[in-house]
Design a protein around this ligand. Structure first.
Ligand code: T1G
Length: 709
């Protein structure tokens, strides 16, 4: 037996324990170990039944995802996979009971379904999340799941990829029993109880496969949902095809269909991108110069300064994580408004079924509105979320430095201003850091943690860990104007405006980026965020713009007309009372007139050029950010764009996308734009260097650590 799989006995019941920390992923060695154990118990007369269980915190959480990179890069041949093992288990003459705790995901659920029975701990979850990796279940999951749970549940689980609870798994027929108390002894007792029963093979249980007439609407609806909720993705539709094959073909032929669809997906660009995202979201937590054992400062109570949209949302984030929060505003009506918005947000979450009323009542009790700093000496962390002006922020930080206890962390939610300058208003720069939330703060997963030049390692480590507790994806970024996300978003939206000024229609620009996979076009995004936000920042930094360099004018004009976007009922689009965008032909005429006055030649612009101009503007700025050490890895920039800016995950993020296009081609496109549109398009030196060396952004690891700009 390999040391990853142990075989013991409890009298007449064999116990096969899988022990491959941290999540008992199934690689070839685990598979071999289980197979060996099944052989042994088959030959052992004294064994009447078997239980398969995961050691540590979970059952099997899936096949080893690291294997796929090795297969698609040709490093390892695609082995027989799990199918032979699952068949061996299913054909075992003695009942095999699967004992599930933690997460039986992917290959873990497929392993469980090859057993004759399945029991689970009440807190367990089961799922087929493969589509989130751009693949589909590859070990007969799409064939056995409909046989246990019925077609509708199987299609939903395989195409959407979301896990279900143990109770739901019991109700749908995946689990046979929930085990309160000790799972192993419960599973052994269950095994003894079924000794006299026939040994059911899942692959032969066809009674829940339904009829063509019953299934047709199920598959049609599932395809419609996939086209809408997983727009542009291949795997969800492939998963539905595989489950459909289970309803039409004998088991073995259905497995052949699944295998072909699995391979098509595994070797797709989308799967490579999504596997990059899976590991990238975990990589961001690893900071080279901040070891895992860096002491963490306990954060048991916080305060938020500023009860506006961001401050209220941030207060909800902490309350939702069970952390008591003081919400301060100096202006009583603003504080009342802030609390009112929080109550409204919570009540709409209850209406949508996202939270229960009890959960919301408990969370509201954790938020205390205050007008003064009186209790700030009790909090462990303060997040400042006031108006984006440096003077005001420095005043507040000076006050916080006076009222907060020594060791308290002072964070700013600023989206562009210098953390170092803010820290200079305090005597504790080592305790000052940026926590840049994205609006709406209680919804968006991204949290940029902005490292000041004096931010201590403990403060950084604490905020990185806190982001996970808050349900956020925390990414450490350096201190420069706009940090990573917004700094890149500037050129992206600049090009969108240039394209309109050069003759592309507003709708064509947004449609091209939407079809590329962005959640929303760049102009509509501006309307959503508020065009006045950028306008105010441009006015504050106008003096830094290089004379003679072409800058977009359209959004300044819109703001001068009071057209800030959705909040004023009109921006690039007009908005009806339910905020649906309506094209505005008068604005199109004005744009033509303004461009003519500016002497900008008009021309027909293809969707390809629109995408290249906007996406490569992201990439070029991202390359500069990487080179300056403002981001630790290209993957970090990707994670920021997936979680904060609606970049399509199946393209991996802007830097990953550039790698798939090829950096030499990217460099050539950008050089061409440089020739046509001037110095804003100067190719980033790192891009030129990597293209020259035939390397990728993903391979680039900056030698020294992150530095403040
Ligand atoms: N393979 C390899 N490594 C994995 C892994 C996996 N399946 N799952 C997790 N890890 C690593 C992860 O990278 C991290 O590493 C550590 O384990 C802890 O993970 C044939 C083809 C189970 C809910 O998609 O959803 O089966 O950073 O930080 O937050 O049909 O891990 O410590 O170096 O996420 O407690 C299907 C993926 C695979 C499940 C636990 N299975 N994993 O979350 O810990 S494809 C999945 C998760 C498949 C079959 C198909 C989560 C988790 P490091 P973590 P967590």
């Amino acid at each position: 037996m390999s040391d990853l799989v142990q075989l013991t006995k409890d009298k007449d019941v064999a116990i096969i324990s899988i022990n491959n920390p941290p999540v008992n992923a199934i690689g070839p060695a685990v598979s071999e170990g289980i197979s060996q154990a099944i052989k042994e118990i088959t030959q052992d007369e004294s064994v009447k039944a078997a239980v398969i269980i995961g050691a540590g915190r979970t059952f099997v959480a899936g096949a080893d995802i690291k294997e796929f990179g090795r297969i698609t890069s040709g490093k390892t041949a695609r082995g027989p996979g799990l199918l032979p093992l699952l068949r061996q288990i299913e054909d075992c003459s003695k009942p095999v009971v699967m004992a599930i705790h933690g997460t039986a995901f992917g290959g873990g659920l497929e392993l469980a379904m090859s057993g004759h029975y399945r029991v689970g701990a009440p807190g367990a979850q089961v799922g087929q999340p493969e589509v989130k990796l751009g693949i589909i279940p590859g070990a007969a999951g799409t064939q056995r799941l409909p046989r246990l749970a019925g077609v509708a549940k199987a299609v939903e689980m395989c195409a959407q990829g979301n896990p279900i609870s143990a109770q739901e798994a019991l109700d749908s027929g995946i689990l046979d029993q929930l085990i309160e108390g000790d799972l192993l002894s419960g599973a052994v007792a269950f095994a003894r109880a079924v000794l006299e029963k026939p040994v059911p093979k899942t692959r032969e249980r066809n009674q829940r496969l339904g009829t063509l007439e019953q299934n047709a609407p199920i598959f049609a609806a599932a395809r419609e949902v996939a086209r809408q909720k997983q727009r542009g993705m291949i795997a969800p539709l492939a998963a539905i095809d595989a489950v459909e094959a289970a309803t039409r073909l004998p088991f073995d032929e259905g497995c052949e269909v699944e295998k072909k669809l699995f391979n098509d997906c595994l070797f797709s660009e989308q799967s490579k991108a999504l596997i990059h995202v899976f590991f990238g979201e975990r990589e961001v937590a690893k900071i080279p110069d901040i070891p895992k054992e860096t002491p963490i400062i306990p954060v048991n109570s916080v305060a938020v300064v500023g009860a506006g949209t961001m401050g209220g949302g941030i207060a909800m984030v902490f309350a939702n994580a069970g952390i008591p929060v003081l919400l301060k505003d100096a202006d009583p009506p603003a504080l009342d408004r802030g609390m009112e918005v929080i109550r409204k947000n919570y009540s709409s979450s209850v209406k949508r079924g996202r939270f229960t009323q009890q959960f919301v009542d408990e969370r509201l009790r954790l938020i205390t509105p205050v007008l003064r700093y009186d209790d700030f000496d009790r909090v462990d962390l303060v997040v400042e979320a006031v108006f984006e002006g440096m003077q005001l922020k420095k005043e507040i930080f000076g006050e916080l430095d006076r009222v907060c206890r020594p060791g308290a962390i002072l964070a700013s939610n600023t989206s562009t201003l210098s953390i170092d300058e803010i820290a200079s208003a305090t005597a504790r720069p080592e305790a000052v850091i940026g926590t840049h939330f994205f609006s709406p703060a209680n919804v968006m997963r991204l949290l940029e943690i902005v490292r000041g030049k004096n931010s201590s390692k403990e403060v950084i480590a604490t905020c990185m860990q806190l982001s996970r507790k808050l349900g956020k994806v925390g990414v450490l970024v350096g201190n420069c104007r706009g940090f990573v996300g917004n700094r890149m978003f500037g050129p992206y939206r600049r090009e969108a405006q240039f394209l309109v000024e050069e003759g592309a229609s507003i709708e064509a620009v947004d449609q091209a980026l939407y079809d590329f996979g962005m959640a929303m076009g760049p102009l509509a995004t501006g309307d959503l965020a508020g065009l006045d936000v950028g306008w105010r920042i441009r006015k504050e930094f106008r003096h830094l713009e290089k004379a003679g360099t072409r800058q977009p004018f359209a959004e300044d004009r819109l703001c001068e007309m009071g057209r800030y976007g959705q909040k004023t009922g009109a921006g690039w689009y007009k908005y009806d009372e339910s905020r649906h965008a309506i094209s505005d032909p008068e604005l199109a005429d004005s744009l033509r007139k303004w461009s003519a006055e500016a002497g900008i030649p008009q021309r027909k612009i293809s969707p390809e050029e629109i995408v290249d101009r906007c996406i490569l503007a992201l990439v070029n700025e991202g390359a500069r950010i990487l080179e300056e050490g403002i981001a630790l890895r290209a993957g970090d920039i990707d994670i920021i764009y997936l979680n904060g800016y609606g970049f399509p995950p199946y393209r991996g993020g802007p830097m990953w996308y550039a790698d798939t296009v090829g950096l030499n081609k990217v460099r050539d496109h950008i050089s061409e734009f440089h020739r046509q549109h001037g110095e804003l398009w100067g190719p980033a030196p790192l891009l030129r260097q990597l293209a020259q060396e035939g390397k990728t952004f993903a391979e680039y690891h900056r030698s020294q650590n992150m530095t403040a700009a």
